[in-house]
Design a protein around this ligand. Sequence first.
Ligand code: SF4
Ligand code: SF4
Length: 128
Amino acid sequence: MAVKITEECISCEACASECPVAAILPDGNEKNPKDGILYVKPESCVECVDHADSPRCAEACPTEGAIVWDMPYTVDFNSYYLSGNEKGEYKIREHKSKGLMLPEVKEQKFRADITMATREAHANVSDF
Ligand code: SF4
Ligand code: SF4
């Protein structure tokens, strides 16, 4: 990831169409493991790097605390995402030949200026 959508989300869907890489799934989508909220696919989110100065989803979101930072989608956090996938926190895409698209299979871009402490705290994206 990335960024993550929390239980604060009111499902207004303002964020989804803003995503340049179609990483945000609506409530009810079969690939969304959550119920009642939207979901960011961590294997797709690029934190808007090369697309915008800051995450577009958070700029569009009217709800404080609905979009927060998560860990970078890099090999250093492979076990974090694997464990989250097993717990149902994420639903990582299963590729026909490559298998589960974890960071060890394909890393994603992330914003180096966001500290690990900020990410671990799942701080509000719009505060940064
Ligand atoms: S940070 Fe950017 S790439 Fe990631 S979900 Fe939000 S809009 Fe999409
Ligand atoms: S814009 Fe915010 S409140 Fe609306 S669906 Fe997206 S995350 Fe949820």
